[in-house]
Design a binder for this molecule. Structure first.
Ligand SMILES: NC(=O)c1ccc[n+]([C@@H]2O[C@H](COP(=O)([O-])OP(=O)(O)OC[C@H]3O[C@@H](n4cnc5c(N)ncnc54)[C@H](O)[C@@H]3O)[C@@H](O)[C@H]2O)c1
Length: 359
């Protein structure tokens, strides 16, 4: 165990869109030395011009003897190989979502970290987002009533990925958020996916996630082919409803005192009567103080490196999410044309190995 302020040397592997953000937040922390690894020298030159104090290298194997921890921010298909090399060198490892692109690879990482007694964490960034934590408090407080369903939308024009489809790219966020809100992993999933552009990957998809203990469903819509950028989670309860809009600066969470009551299900003989009555009341906007989720997440990772504490989002949580994604693939999510998921597929035994909210 180290003292809280003791120096830590971290290598960030992959200085692309997201790895560059890790480097920015890590460089802002005291007592943290950063080495950037990227196989493209142009990316290394860019990193050095922004952060003159860092070291750089082209291959992860060249730095493993010198660093305490590794952040893996390469494309998903290379996560397993890079993370395994780092774990085998005795480094603590934070892997971006999705943890890996296969269940066996994710199981290997979790097992190898346990044997090496190093911390393995998955970058479920939204679980470090104060607005998501607040929404979780609201769901758990019971103020919304029984959760009838959750709907999520993560849409925009791009960014098309080369090694995974839209489900593996975007749905990890929504599976992470929804299971965190409900404190439960889904027991079954169904997927409809379609490839519109290119020859390889589905670029729009709808998933249904079934939660047994909560007796509810989540509907996840992900798309690389939508004119509007949308990042929204709607939680519909039988008393109130909540909407989390991650793109709003001032009104991230709104609570709607609204609902619908059935009037005929209790045996009313009025065949032509309105089948429901509507309740509409106040709309409340909650003040949620902003902290950058990636900064909170990376601070937590370094705290785990220093203290030996188990991360809130350990590798086993990443494995549970990979199991859901792999089940969606088995239903055809990776196939080019529309795939039908009319009967939910149970997620393989051994899933939900990790308490969803460790804190
Ligand atoms: N948590 C989030 O909100 C979030 C957001 C975006 C992306 N991501 C994840 O971050 C990861 C990176 O995504 P991105 O959009 O930044 O990709 P990117 O393509 O922009 O960047 C990847 C970088 O990795 C480098 N690279 C690839 N293989 C390498 C290897 N073996 N060794 C060294 N360098 C290598 C490439 O040269 C490139 O610079 C993905 O896993 C993605 O899912 C997470």
């Amino acid at each position: 165990m180290r003292s809280p302020g003791e120096g830590v040397h971290v290598a960030v592997v992959g200085y692309g869109y997201w790895g560059s953000k890790h480097v920015r937040v890590l460089c802002s922390m005291p007592s943290v030395a950063v080495t950037v690894v990227d196989e493209h020298t142009g990316r290394l030159a860019e990193a050095l011009s922004r952060h003159p104090g860092i070291r750089v290298a082209e291959h992860v194997h060249d730095v493993l003897d010198d660093v305490d921890a590794v952040v893996v921010a390469t494309p998903p298909g290379s996560h397993a190989a890079v993370a395994l090399a780092a774990l085998d060198a005795g480094c603590h490892v934070l892997v971006e979502k999705p943890l890996t692109t296969t269940v066996p690879d994710a199981e290997t990482l979790v097992d190898r970290a346990r044997r090496a007694d190093v911390r393995l964490m998955v970058g479920n960034t939204f679980e470090y987002n104060p607005a998501v934590a607040r929404l979780r408090e609201i769901v758990r407080s019971g103020v919304l009533g029984r959760i009838l369903y959750i709907d999520t939308a993560r849409l925009s024009l791009g960014r098309y990925q080369s090694d995974v489809n839209v489900v593996w790219d975007l749905a990890p966020h929504d599976i992470s958020i929804v299971s965190y809100l409900l404190d439960e992993m889904p027991a079954a999933t169904a997927v409809w996916a379609q490839r519109n552009i290119g020859r390889r990957h589905a670029d729009i998809a709808y998933l249904r996630l079934s939660f047994e203990r909560s007796r509810t469903q989540a509907f996840v819509h992900v798309s690389w082919l939508d004119p509007n950028k949308v990042r929204r989670v709607t939680v519909v309860g039988d008393r109130k409803m909540a909407v989390y809009n991650d793109l709003s600066d001032t009104e991230r969470i709104r609570i709607y005192d609204a609902g619908v009551d059935s009037t005929t299900l209790d045996g009313s003989p009025e065949a032509h009567a309105m089948p429901v009555t509507y309740r509409t009341g106040d709309i409340t906007s909650l003040a949620v103080p902003y902290s950058e989720p990636l900064l909170v997440q990376d601070q937590h990772f370094l705290s785990c490196v220093r203290t030996g504490e188990t991360p809130r989002t350990p590798g086993s949580r990443g494995l549970d999410i990979v199991r859901v994604l792999a089940t969606a693939d088995d239903m055809g999510g990776s196939w080019p044309m529309v795939s039908g998921g009319f009967v939910p597929a149970p997620i393989a035994p051994g899933s939900a190995t990790t308490p969803v909210a460790a804190s």
